[in-house]
Design a protein around this ligand. Structure first.
Ligand code: FUC
Length: 778
């Protein structure tokens, strides 16, 4: 543990020449800041007392939680490749033989025995995956501030600019702090200014990692190695490098830099690890942090901030949502969450919606890792569920908003993760199942481990990779980009190939089913969760096979394989309705005797959402059964469970139910004061599920059909949603009034037709490339 506050040895004093900042503003960077819009700002009248009150900033790979302290500012830092352990493969050598026996036990109804054997011989070694880590803290103390005499305190996160700002006055001196995590500059930058008196600060780094802090001139570096975990030795080197630029004097005091007599202080922080790929940890974090810092050393904070805002707004400003003003206006964000259920505050949903978009931009960009269970924000070295990638709902839900919320670029890190999983997963397919293609189970981590971890009642689920592929197809369906389809086709083909080889003939029906598997993570009440052919697996495989066949046809390739998939697909059991009218979660009619009738997972409703296999127009009987199942499950669950329910009720076109669920999602039950989703504890999937749910309430697209206001609640009679994306590479603006669509504008890149519906009214419109189609509804 590194603690900067009590230097262990007397400091070597070092003074640094100042006045080296020569800002050169480039034209693109001078673009004015947008006018401050209080409706798009999270704000508070006191510092964060706990982590879930602090405000997140991020550039995809570098995250910080900003506490906005008065005398001490704390930035809790993360870098998205700082995980525990090193490259590893996690298949149990006894697994391949045991799978055969477990299959027999499941087919003969001996579920508890199957689970026992699976836990003994199939469970991955190591049993747990690696965890995402906390990199450390950047601590900035202001010795002149008197905490007992502070006025005008405010901290806020402006979603329009991605700038976090804290301001207050103490003993006649006005302090302003701004924090950004810049994507173009690859650093976290903090600006401190004081007016009416001198600015002094003590700046230090601390970390719960193994490492050492050193100072040199105007720099602090924390150099360390990552933690070992579950017998997997830590093999990553990492470094945090902080440079201080100021017009004051800098001197080192032990592992702390003291700045005295300044009018401004800018603190740049770069973080890097030696991670290069799941199998390669030979990178040079020292060289990387040096180059990131060197690139900004002559750049003023204002210049950096301006470039940051321009870059961020190129994504964020694409979409606007307006709902009736309500009564949230003058309250702090914490108070609005506190009153989310009782107060008429539709604009809280807007803030939540745009905050979710902000989180995706800030946690998943370019060459970053995909957003994990906590995006990129985590203060623990043993976080809940390792803050990793859970593939039986959570990682997928993180990307539900990407395309419709016009942030399709943010999906790129997920695509790369699937590419990497197809490599590690091919090894798991071979070693555990003796199959070709690739497979991944219910979790993965930085090292793209793909074996079945934890306990087999949750971990033995082979459909994670298949679901990810369906999600990549969806991304194609939104953009219809042929180059992208060519890129993902081998991934889809490999995932499908695995199932062609491993599906088993169900002795009772003669149909082809997965075995062993589970319906995440629900106990069917017969001694286990383990089973053959849960409905969700069959639904995912229908999607995977259909999309792979479609892709092969579009790309004019693999005719024989596509034909084989068609045959295999025809032998998958269909969705069934049980004797009490519920959509069956399992092949057998077990739903009303399952162990937990209100289970948080609603896996068999995957067919209704995110899949489009079940819907009100084409499969009304199944939709009614799905509705009955959803009703039985109830509206309360964990954050993501509620986020999923919101999307499902929107598909069922029940605006009032969706709105009730949304208000619960926004309430303190499931939202922290900083608007992070409370699983609890924090899990980011609910935020992302919430964003998608709000879109699904207002506009839905299925194939070439657009549904307007399918689940509009009475509380939102008027509004406007602009810049949203629909399937087939179309952008849409929708304005509605008195609960009716007023105007729909569609912008397309290619000609086509769309059927637009509202209630039982339908219109057909033609799309003209690069010329908006405007449909006045009234
Ligand atoms: C699944 C869920 C839990 C949690 C975990 C990360 O196991 O059932 O609720 O979200 O993933």
């Amino acid at each position: 543990m590194i603690d900067p506050v009590k230097p262990s040895r007397r400091a070597v004093l070092a003074s640094v020449a100042v006045g080296t900042v020569a800002p050169t503003l480039k034209a693109a960077e001078t673009q004015a800041e947008p006018p401050h819009d209080p409706r798009l700002s999270l704000w508070y009248d006191k510092p964060a007392a706990v982590w879930t009150e602090a405000l997140p900033v991020g550039n995809g790979r570098l995250g910080a939680m900003v506490f906005g302290g008065i005398k001490r500012e704390r930035l809790q830092l993360n870098e998205d490749t700082l995980w525990s352990g090193g490259p590893y493969h996690n298949v149990n050598p006894k697994g391949r033989a045991a799978i055969l026996r477990v299959r027999e036990l499941i087919f003969s109804g001996q579920y508890a025995e199957a689970e026992k054997l699976a836990d003994a011989d199939i469970r991955a070694v190591p049993m747990r995956m690696m965890s995402y880590q906390n990199a450390g803290d950047l601590l900035i103390d202001l010795p002149r501030v008197n905490e007992t005499s502070v006025s005008g305190y405010k901290r806020e996160l402006d979603l329009n600019t991605a700038v976090c700002r804290t301001s207050f006055t103490s003993e006649g001196i006005g302090y302003v702090r701004e924090v950004i995590s810049s994507f173009p500059a690859n650093v976290i930058a903090v600006s401190l200014t004081a007016t009416g008196g001198p600015l002094d600060a003590d700046i230090g780094l601390s970390s719960g990692q193994r490492g050492e802090v050193t100072t040199s001139g105007d720099e602090l570096t924390l150099t360390g190695v990552n933690n070992s975990d579950f017998d997997n030795p830590g093999r990553l080197k990492f470094q945090i490098r902080t440079r201080v630029v100021t017009d004051g004097r800098i001197e080192a005091y032990g592992p702390t830099l003291r700045v005295r007599g300044a009018t401004y202080i800018t603190v740049y922080t770069a973080i890097a690890t030696s991670y290069l790929s799941p199998a390669n940890v030979s990178g040079d974090p020292d060289a990387l942090t040096r180059s990131h810092i060197a690139a900004v050393r002559a750049t003023s904070f204002e210049t950096l901030k301006s470039a940051h805002i321009t870059d961020y707004r190129s994504l964020f400003a694409r979409v606007a949502l307006e709902l009736p003003e309500g009564r949230g206006g003058n309250r702090t964000t914490a108070s609005r969450v506190e009153n989310a259920v009782g107060l008429k505050d539709p604009m809280l949903a807007v803030l939540y919606f745009q905050f979710g978009r902000y989180l995706l931009i800030s946690s998943s960009r370019g060459t970053s890792q995909p957003a994990n269970l906590q995006g990129i924000w985590n203060e623990l070295n043993r976080p809940p569920w390792g803050s990793k990638y859970t593939l039986n709902i959570n990682a997928e839900m993180n990307y539900w908003p990407a395309d419709p919320a016009n942030l399709s670029e943010c999906l790129e890190p997920l695509v790369r993760m699937v590419e990497e999983l197809s490599v590690t997963g091919a090894r798991t397919a071979r070693d555990l199942y003796g199959a070709s293609g690739w497979v991944t189970h219910h979790n993965t981590d930085l090292w793209r481990a793909s074996g079945p971890i934890d306990f087999m009642r949750t971990g033995l689920w082979p459909t994670g990779g298949a679901w990810l592929c369906v999600q990549l197809w969806d991304h194609y369906d939104y953009r219809r980009d042929m180059a992208f389809l060519r890129r993902i086709y081998p991934l889809m083909k490999g995932a499908a190939q695995f199932f062609v080889e491993t599906l088993q003939t169900d002795p009772k029906t003669g149909m082809l089913v997965t075995n062993p598997s589970n319906s995440p993570e629900n106990d069917h009440g017969r001694g286990s969760t383990l089973c053959a052919g849960p409905a969700m697996d069959m639904q995912i495989l229908r999607d995977l096979f259909d999309h792979t066949i479609a892709a092969a046809t579009i790309l004019k390739t693999d005719k024989a394989f596509a034909a084989q998939l068609k045959t295999t697909r025809s032998r998958l059991p269909p969705d069934k309705i049980g004797k009490t009218g519920l959509l069956q979660e399992w092949q057998e009619d077990w739903d009303d005797t399952a162990h937990d009738l209100r289970h948080r997972h609603v896996s068999h409703l995957y067919g209704l959402f995110p899949s489009q296999q079940i819907n009100m127009d084409e499969t009304p009987d199944l939709a009614v059964a799905a509705k009955k199942s959803l009703d039985l499950r109830g509206d309360n669950a964990t954050g993501w469970g509620v986020g999923w329910r919101l999307n499902l009720w929107a598909q069922l076109r029940d605006g009032e139910r969706a709105h009730t669920i949304l208000r619960n999602l926004l309430s303190p039950n499931l939202t922290y004061p900083n608007l992070f989703d409370a699983h609890p504890p924090f899990q980011i999937d609910g935020n992302f599920g919430g964003v998608r749910g709000i879109i699904e309430m207002l506009i839905q697209s299925r194939a070439e059909t657009v549904h307007l206001l399918p689940a509009l609640p009475k509380a939102w009679p008027d509004g406007r949603l602009t810049g949203i994306r629909l399937r087939g590479d179309v952008e849409a603006d929708l304005i509605w009034k008195d609960g009716q669509p007023e105007r729909l504008t569609l912008r397309a890149t290619r000609a086509g037709q769309r059927t637009v519906t509202f209630g039982d009214r339908t219109r057909t419109v033609s799309l003209t490339p690069n010329a908006p189609t405007i449909l006045s509804w009234s």
